[in-house]
Every structure is written in C-alpha cells, then in structure tokens.
Design a protein around this ligand. Structure first.
Ligand SMILES: NC(=O)c1ccc[n+]([C@@H]2O[C@H](COP(=O)([O-])OP(=O)(O)OC[C@H]3O[C@@H](n4cnc5c(N)ncnc54)[C@H](OP(=O)(O)O)[C@@H]3O)[C@@H](O)[C@H]2O)c1
Length: 264
C-alpha cells in the first residue's frame, strides 16, 4: 500500500487512475482546485492550485508517489509549466522526495502548438528536477476524439465536414490508466515511455464509424475539407502517431459500441 497524490484526479483520465489505485489498495489523495470535487469513495481531496502553488505542500505531505495528470490547455504556460514547477519545488522539500509520474502526449517534442510546447517544457522540468521520475506519452483518448467530432456536428448534422488528411491513433483512457498504475508499482523509469492506440485512422473514417454506431440508419454525409485549426494542422503532420508503440487493444469501434448506451 502506497500513499499516492493524484493531480487532475477529477478529470477523465484521473478518475480511471484513481479507481484502479483504490482497487489495488493504495491510499489516494487528489489535488483539486474545485471546492466540491466529484470524488470516488475512499479518496481524500486536498484543496490546492497548481497555478498559484497554494495547498501543494500540505497535499504532498507523506506522499510517496505523485501522479501528475492535471492540465489546462487554455492556460498551459501557467498551469502545465508554472504549475509543474510549483509542484516540483514543493516535492523537493519533502523529507522523502516522491516519485513523480507525468502524463504527456505523443508528439509534444515535434510540434510548435503552444499546448504541446508547454507539455514538452513540463517534461523537461521533471526530467531535470533531481526527483525520481517517469513520463508516459500517450496518443489521444477515444473520448477526446469523440468530443472533437461532436463539435463538428456528428450528433446533430446531416452533413459533417471533417479536416482533410488528419490521422489519429486514439486509445482507450482505461488502458492509459492501467499503464500509469503499472509505472507507479514498478518504480522510477527515468525515461519517457510511449503508448498509442491499436490503429491509426483518418478522421473521416472515424466519423463514418461514429455515425454507423451512434446514428444507425440515418443518412449523414461525411466529407473531408481543408481546415485552418491549429490543432488539426499540428495533427496533420503525423507527429502525433506512434505506430511502433501501438500497445492499446481497444479499438475506436469497440469504444463507440461500449459507450453508446451511456451516450444516449
Ligand atoms: N485528452 C487526451 O486525449 C490526452 C491524451 C494524452 C495525454 N493527455 C493528458 O492527460 C491528462 C489528463 O487529461 P484529461 O483530459 O483526463 O483531463 P483534463 O480535462 O485535462 O483535466 C485534468 C484536471 O486538471 C485539473 N486542474 C486544472 N487546472 C488546475 C489547477 N490550476 N490546479 C490543480 N488542478 C488543476 C482539474 O482538476 P480540478 O478541477 O479538480 O482542480 C482537472 O480535473 C492531461 O495532462 C493531458 O495533457 C490527454
């Protein structure tokens, strides 16, 4: 049984990680800047804010591992870079410095998109911190891709325009959580591990599969169009793919099939 602080424990990945840590009898504390966080049974919430550093010393007290999952893509320089710096500074003063495990994204070292540059900078801070560390870079979560397609109208429109030439190797968030828990139990890697989903698919194919599973029998046109979005432009380069690390087993279609009932 290990004392583990999870930052971002209330997010989609954090909830999966926390559930698995509890199931494996670890003592889990989550850092949260919400006043009333939705948290699992058996989890202690530690109020704190990475951005300001408030509450970090108390949250870290007695922790052997920090699973650092918190992020804010809208203020990544503050939360992901400054917040990681604050977290590391507080952890460095612990009597027994904790193992820092950080979740990053495949391709952050090959993109000029500000969010990815910030994640890459946070990786560098951790690797240079002098604390025991492990980093896992994962590809996009299936649920994240579903939300991107939803913002393009897959749930509502009769014609859906999808950015042209974008391939994604999405992965099940539970499989990423399992790998993070395994890293916690293994001990510090001192290097960056990589994990991708089982297939690299173009977004138009993903949209077509989404419609077949989630809107069966409805005639919806999908067409690929050039797009100006910074995110999709970054993805189009192919730097977000990790074909040699296709360790995820749950496919996009399996994810859609198993989550369709709860999506309705
Ligand atoms: N989404 C993907 O496809 C993907 C792929 C690979 C890697 N990742 C990485 O996986 C991690 C988790 O992503 P996610 O999508 O599951 O979660 P998320 O929506 O990015 O949110 C993570 C959490 O960050 C916490 N947070 C934000 N600002 C904070 C602050 N100032 N102080 C303390 N906590 C703060 C929030 O917790 P509270 O509101 O409780 O404070 C929130 O629950 C991120 O680091 C992301 O970069 C994501």
């Amino acid at each position: 049984m290990t004392n583990i602080l999870v930052t971002g424990g209330t997010g989609p990945l954090g909830r999966e990680v926390v559930a698995r840590l509890i199931a494996r009898n670890h003592r889990v504390r989550i850092l949260t800047h919400h006043t009333s966080p939705a948290k699992s049974e058996g989890v202690v919430a530690a109020p704190g804010d990475l951005l300001t550093g408030a509450g970090l010393a108390a949250a870290l007290d007695g922790m052997e591992i920090v699973m650092h999952l918190a992020s804010d893509s809208h203020q990544a320089l503050g939360t992901d870079v400054g917040g990681t710096r604050n977290l590391l500074a507080a952890a460095a003063t612990s009597a027994r410095p904790p193992h820092i495990i950080y979740i990053s994204i495949v391709g952050v070292d090959r993109s000029s998109m500000p969010y990815y540059v910030a994640k890459n900078a946070a990786e560098a801070l951790i690797a240079a911190s002098g604390l025991p560390w492990s980093i896992l870079r994962a590809t996009q979560f299936h649920g994240f891709i579903a939300s991107r397609l939803q913002s393009l109208g897959v749930d509502t429109q009769s014609e859906v325009a999808v950015p042209m030439g974008v391939r994604v190797q999405s992965i099940d968030v539970g499989e990423v959580a399992e790998r993070l828990v395994a890293l916690a139990e293994l001990g510090p890697l001192s290097h960056i591990a990589v994990m991708g989903g089982p297939q690299a698919l173009d977004l138009a194919t993903m949209a077509t599969t989404y419609l077949r599973v989630r809107r069966p029998g409805q005639a919806v046109q999908v067409h690929a169009e050039p797009s100006q979005s910074a995110l999709f432009d970054a993805w189009r380069s192919g730097s977000i793919l990790a074909p040699e690390h296709a360790f995820g087993a749950i496919t996009w279609e399996e994810y859609l099939t198993t989550t369709t009932a709860s999506a309705r």
